[in-house]
Write a protein that binds this ligand. Structure first.
Ligand code: SF4
Length: 445
């Protein structure tokens, strides 16, 4: 059997460690120097408002820059870096700020690398099979070779977010929302498992210098792990990445679907590990924030003594745009509770996503977002409906709706939502292993 090679190396030195992991898996062998190379990092989120924790959230600039330098050494001249972060539809400023801050423009000036915000580019409808079609960025589809560089992290909805999941950043916003379908079978895992179907040949390089427990965002528990994993086979890289984070591939639904689509085994029988052994580098990373026993509140909020509120954990149908405001709402509720002096709220429940239904015993039901409003607008089990119909919900409408339910959220938190990520920086103060320099160019400007 022709086994897929997966290389694992410890990150020790700039340039050398990336070179080793690429060489160990013959990552660039046989690629013509004239090939159009497309590099896909993982920059799911950015804000211009504050310095925020990028460790374990965003691909390190160190690994991106080293990859570009290795490509240049080997004579590749046609290199593009492209990303489609989660932003407002017409926001051009935030991606430009991200690319500049991460040092990508130094790569442009020094090596002629093209830097693309894919939301400004064209998309092509791609049929992924089984009736699934999405609009894929044409630059990546028309490239000759893709270098996919996600972060080695867990994900609250998809268990892990590695090479396959990273491709979701290459589809347009409409398609992303579609991925969070309420279809009983064609759910998020089903959809993302098919994203690699039309991809050109690729090298996956998992950046595990920093790993993220309870990812994918800055709220997670970030660890300095110093691991790089690479393979010319995307599914093999992800199977190994999942195992390093503590999950059998069979425990990761989108890997189960992907193996089925590709008629491949879920175990490691079709791959060969080169370099470090998995068991020597693996460490268990939880993927989800814990909830109380009946699933009605995050455990941290239950511990605060919050009463009279049910806020269930969001499911696969909640898309990223709603996830962002959802986490700000939870933060605002925790603050509002501190002013209540233990007085319970009046039987309020919050429904999110596309499928949730009201639970008995609640007096007021807040429907967060257009989708859940449409799913429940005629639901006779809702006593008092408070709908926030936006897609995604508009912050002022959120504050109004919660106030109507008797939960007085501080509007200032929502007006300065962009500054919330910066508040997490204090967790890392004085911890030398969290180096901001990993997200800057090492080359003279
Ligand atoms: S309302 Fe929320 S979950 Fe529904 S499509 Fe819009 S952003 Fe996604």
């Amino acid at each position: 059997m022709n086994r897929k090679i997966v290389a694992i190396v410890r990150y020790e030195k700039p340039l050398e460690s990336v070179r080793r992991v690429i060489d160990f898996c013959a990552g660039l062998d046989g690629i013509q120097s004239k090939a159009r190379i497309f590099i896909k990092p993982n920059i799911p989120f950015w804000t211009t408002a504050s310095v925020f924790p990028k460790w374990g959230v965003i691909t390190t600039s160190r690994v991106v820059e080293d990859t570009v330098r290795i490509l240049k050494e080997r004579g590749f001249d046609n290199i593009t870096i492209g990303e489609g972060m989660v932003i407002e539809p017409n926001d051009r400023e935030t991606p430009a700020h991200a690319f500049e801050s991460l040092g990508y423009h130094v790569l442009k000036r020094r090596f002629g690398v093209r830097i693309l915000n894919i939301h400004e580019r064209t998309f092509r409808k791609v049929n992924l099979g089984s009736g699934v079609a999405v609009n894929f960025n044409t630059d990546i589809l028309d490239s000759d070779f893709v270098i996919n560089i996600p972060v080695l992290k867990t994900h609250a909805q998809t268990v892990v977010s590695l090479g396959i999941k990273n491709l979701k950043g290459m589809i347009d916003m409409k398609s992303r929302k579609k991925c969070h379908s309420a279809h009983p079978e064609k759910d998020l895992n089903y959809m993302i498992a098919r994203l690699p179907n039309n991809l050109p040949p690729s090298l996956t390089l998992l950046d595990g210098i920093y790993t993220n427990e309870r990812g994918p965002g800055y709220e997670g528990n970030i660890r300095r792990t110093d691991i790089l994993v690479a393979s010319r086979d995307l599914l093999s890289a992800d199977k190994v990445g999942a195992k390093i984070l503590g999950y059998e591939p069979s425990e990761v639904p989108h890997l189960v679907y992907a193996a089925r689509v590709q008629d491949r085994p879920l175990n490691f029988s079709d791959l060969e590990i080169v370099g470090e052994r998995i068991k020597d580098v693996a460490s268990f990373h939880e993927y989800n924030f814990p909830y109380n026993e009946d699933g009605t509140l995050p455990r941290s909020m239950e511990k605060m003594g919050i009463k009279g509120l049910s806020y269930r954990q969001y499911d696969l149908t909640l898309c990223t745009y709603c996830v962002v405001i959802n986490s700000v709402i939870l933060r605002a509720i925790a603050r509002a509770w501190k002013k209540r002096q233990g007085r319970p709220w009046d039987g309020v429940e919050v429904l999110t996503g596309k499928k949730m239904r009201p639970m008995p015993g609640n007096k007021k039901t807040i429907l967060l977002g257009k989708c859940i409003y449409q799913a429940n607008r005629d639901n006779p089990d809702i006593k008092e409906m408070i709908a926030i119909k936006g897609c995604p919900p508009e912050p002022r409408a959120v504050v109004r709706a919660f106030n109507q339910a008797g939960i007085n959220l501080d509007p200032a938190i929502f007006e300065r939502m962009d500054e919330v990520p910066g508040l997490f920086m204090k967790k890392y103060k004085g911890k030398a292993e969290f180096e901001e320099s990993f997200f800057k160019s090492s080359l003279p400007n």
